[in-house]
Design a binder for this molecule. Sequence first.
Ligand code: V0D
Length: 258
Amino acid sequence: MFYKKLFNKQSSIPESIKERMELVKSQAVPDHVAIIMDGNGRWAKSRALPRIAGHHEGMKVVRKISILANNIGIQTLTLFAFSTENWKRPKSEVDYLMKLPAEFLDIYLPELIDNNVKVQVIGEKEKIPSHTLLVVEKAIERTKNNNGLLLNFALNYGSRSEIIMAIKNIVKDIKCGNINERDINEDIFSQYLMTKDLADPDLLIRTSGEIRLSNFMLWQSAYTELWFTDCLWPDFDEGHFLDAIEQYQKRSRRFGGI
Ligand SMILES: CCc1cc(N2CCCCCC2)n2ncc(-c3ccc(F)cc3)c2n1
């Protein structure tokens, strides 16, 4: 089909990147990469554009990095698309952001399906507008049998809220006798988190020069390698992503051991 030629997974990747990809693939790639996609507003401001132009440009980078991650064999890519704190932004910006999933899926879902990508979401669905939820749930349904990259969007996600919800559900299960207080350990606790079916992230990338976690996967990133770049998300490309993976491969991870 037309889009297959247009978005063929190999033709959209620059030649110079392909060599680096082969080298990265020859070593262990991180199973789970998480990204805080920061700097969209600043990118727009530096070009005297409205903030939403940065979000729109950032959406194109989501597709580029998802295809690359899938091609180098990363199992899960979790993208921090909207935090529980983002509701404080101007209504016009929130309304625009809540329309981005539909725009993204409308343009890129056929290509993602063609690349065997599975779409999932973590976050609190209650506050998300029904029009957004509808298209996201359709994409989850349409890709549920794919076994390539798990493209996991954190949508209205906040780590502290996730932890409080886990505690409340554990208390509920103790009260009704489903679990015993003395059986609670880190594995049991992890089963009450939204990420219960995911491995912890091996590598967390944050763009735009901010050096903080911003209430993102706080429990899950206890042993996660952190990689920060001043690059603004809309300017983030395959080269930056491979920089992070190559850096990760150079670091020896000890999980607290020697
Ligand atoms: C709801 C806020 C939001 C913002 C956003 N931005 C703006 C912020 C960061 C930069 C990327 C572009 N993107 N990009 C893709 C999605 C998306 C979400 C779910 C889904 F199933 C498919 C796509 C997205 N969602």
